[in-house]
Ligand binder design. Structure first.
Ligand code: ADP
Length: 352
């Protein structure tokens, strides 16, 4: 099941469990802990008093009381002390023990805040990395919907190096596509005006020497519509190219992948994958088509081919496209890392 990164107040989410970044006393505090206690009401504190605290890296469960979530999983992340005091292992344990507890209580959906990334001072880019790595590793063999909840934009920082790389690529490609000089703008307006002119103004495009989309099918140039017989049409329909789903499943077989490996690596829901399996005509969204290209580690050319089969193309006029292209060109097929970058640049995510 997929991992989603969303911006929200965790206390408002309708999920089976929300995770609280608590302290070892479990008796309430500031930050997300305070917000959860305020929203859940005093019964939450009363139940917490019966739990006898919680050690760093461990997790305990209570009911959600007035929260829309059924349960609260209280976990304690490490206080950042420079990184040499086992902070990463403790933060990993906090996520993992919370996930195990959610599963033990048959939760189908669970939402996490960025544990330790507030007053506990864990560097944000590293805290996100630990969260994403631990959750995505868990999801490779567990069926659960996990939300990583970012409260304020400032809390979301990807590694400086990754950010700089993506930003440079956007500057080079996306910005270019949006900073045409005046002559290019005039030419584009002229093209637009020409396209709007009535058809009798123009030479038949299928006979123009350099017309880019002239006569896509052999033998159609010079034929009137009436002449295009039904049997021609039938013939063309029998020769349709391989569709999106066909190419997807062919590639899965060629790569020797299991279906489940593919949809998990694509961060795509199992139900959506079954829909594509059972309906060869299924037309995915662009984000889903790209998620599969990433899961299959397709080359830029193969990615273009798969996208085209779903009716899409990558464009330098779209920041989303430029960012995904950056990762594919760098052969970085980690969908969660791509999604971190997309989130950091305010774009929709791949897969989920
Ligand atoms: P810690 O003590 O583990 O650092 P904090 O509560 O100080 O815990 O912060 C953890 C993260 O929770 C921070 O990134 C903070 O921005 C975030 N946070 C605070 N309030 C909320 C909320 N209502 N919903 C989701 N996240 C929140």
């Amino acid at each position: 099941m997929p991992l989603e990164i969303i911006r929200a107040d965790i206390t408002t989410l309708h999920v089976d469990a929300i995770v609280n970044a608590a302290n070892e006393t479990l008796l309430g505090g500031g930050g997300v802990d305070g917000a959860i206690h305020r929203a859940a009401g005093p019964q939450l504190l009363a139940e917490c008093r019966t739990l006898g605290g919680c050690k760093t890296g461990e997790a305990k469960l209570t009911r959600g009381y007035h929260l829309p979530a059924k349960y609260v999983i209280h976990t304690v992340g490490p206080v950042w002390q420079g990184g040499g005091c086992g902070e990463e292992a403790l933060l990993t344990a906090a996520y993992r023990n919370s996930l195990l507890l959610a599963e033990e209580h048959h939760c189908e959906s669970v939402a996490f805040p960025l544990i330790s990334a507030g007053v506990y001072g864990y560097p944000k880019a590293q805290a996100i990395r630990v969260a994403v790595n631990t959750i995505s590793a868990f999801l490779t063999d567990h069926e659960l919907r996990v939300l990583l909840v970012i409260f304020d934009r400032a809390a979301f920082q990807i590694s400086e190096q990754l950010f700089a790389g993506v930003q440079a690529y956007i500057d080079q490609h996306y910005v270019d596509a949006h900073t045409d000089d005046r002559s290019l703008q005039l030419r584009r307006m002229e093209r637009y005006a020409a396209a709007k002119r009535p058809a009798f103004d123009q030479a038949p495009s299928c006979c123009e020497e350099a017309a880019p989309y002239a006569a896509p099918f052999p033998g159609t140039c010079g034929q009137s519509a009436a002449e295009g017989s039904e049997s021609d049409l039938q013939h063309l329909l029998q020769q349709l190219d391989e569709g999106f789903a066909d190419m997807l499943f062919r590639k899965i077989d060629e790569k020797g992948m299991k279906d489940s490996d593919c949809y998990k690596r694509a961060n795509v829901d199992r139900k959506l994958f079954s829909k594509i399996r059972s309906n060869p005509q299924y037309r995915p969204s662009k984000a889903t088509a790209l998620a599969f290209a990433v899961a299959l580690e397709l080359s830029p050319e193969e990615t273009a081919e798969l996208l085209q089969k779903a009716g899409y193309a990558l464009s330098h006029a779209s920041k989303f496209d430029v960012i995904v292209e950056y990762f594919i060109l760098h052969r970085n097929y980690n969908i969660f890392e791509i999604n971190e970058a997309l989130f950091a640049f305010d774009q929709k995510l791949l897969g989920a």
